[in-house]
Design a protein around this ligand. Structure first.
Ligand code: Z5A
Length: 208
């Protein structure tokens, strides 16, 4: 594939939404033709699956069902959006991808890593992000930032121990895949986080 695949990851309150827009503008200023998308979602079918997954009334969803729905949405997303864009030489900036599955369904829910890896191989056939920006923040600080959501979704209703496991699993992914991971200290002010992102992106682009 000719394009470039960048993902942004992070736990609750890490500032993904706040910083994704900054990354988008940065890359566009470098002349990159970008497709910005998200998971779960990114296609009409994927967005419907997202609604099912986030709806707190769906408390009966089992861990395996949750995992399979994540990959069902991903298979559609890859076929309809991500692979065609990469094949045309476009850049894809995606808000969460399979590292989130390792963090939430693997680390936090406790699904064995190998089961996720098997689905990853089946659905992605070796495709992985070229760059993953992990916004890392201590869990309590992130939860304080996220604050009281008026109608928290199925994930946001989890307890602090769940988010501790999410963070640990993300950091484990970063250790496993240092070639594509860049960990950003998201506990700093928004201005400082953007300066760090600026530095990381400039260095990474210069090496390409
Ligand atoms: N999920 C999964 O389980 N498995 C998978 O494979 C995938 C996903 C792909 C929905 O995703 C859920 O799907 C997610 C995991 C699961 N569940 N959770 N939790 P999502 O991407 O929509 O989830 P989200 O965490 O709610 O994303 P978000 O909206 O980007 O939230 P955020 O990281 O907390 O970002 P934010 O809204 O930009 O920031 C939160 C607040 O902090 C906000 O008021 C900001 O103004 C403030 N903020 C941000 N940065 C700063 C700094 N630096 N200083 C001070 N204040 C700041």
């Amino acid at each position: 594939m000719n394009g470039c695949f960048i993902t942004v990851e992070g736990g609750e309150g890490a500032g993904k939404s706040s910083n994704l827009e900054f990354v988008r503008r940065y890359l566009e200023q470098q002349g990159k033709q970008l497709v910005v998308t998200r998971e779960p979602g990114g296609t009409p079918l994927g967005e419907s699956i997202r609604s099912l997954l986030l709806d707190h009334r769906n408390s009966e969803i089992t861990d395996d069902t949750e995992l399979l729905l994540m990959f069902a949405a991903r298979a559609q997303h890859l076929a309809e959006v991500i692979c065609p864009a990469l094949e045309q030489g476009q850049w894809v900036l995606c808000d969460r991808f399979t590292d989130a599955t390792y963090a939430y369904q693997g680390g936090a829910r406790g699904i064995p890593r190998q089961r996720i890896a098997d689905l990853e191989q089946w659905v992605q056939q070796g495709l992985e992000p070229d760059l993953t920006l992990l916004l890392d923040i201590p869990v309590q600080q992130g939860l304080t930032r996220a604050g009281e959501r008026s109608d928290p979704d199925r994930f946001e209703r989890e307890q602090i121990a769940f988010f501790e496991r999410v963070r640990a699993a993300y950091l484990e992914q970063a250790r496993r895949y240092p070639h594509r991971y860049r960990v950003i200290d998201a506990s700093r002010s928004l201005e400082e986080v953007r300066r760090l992102l600026d530095e990381v992106l400039a260095e990474w682009l210069a090496q390409r």
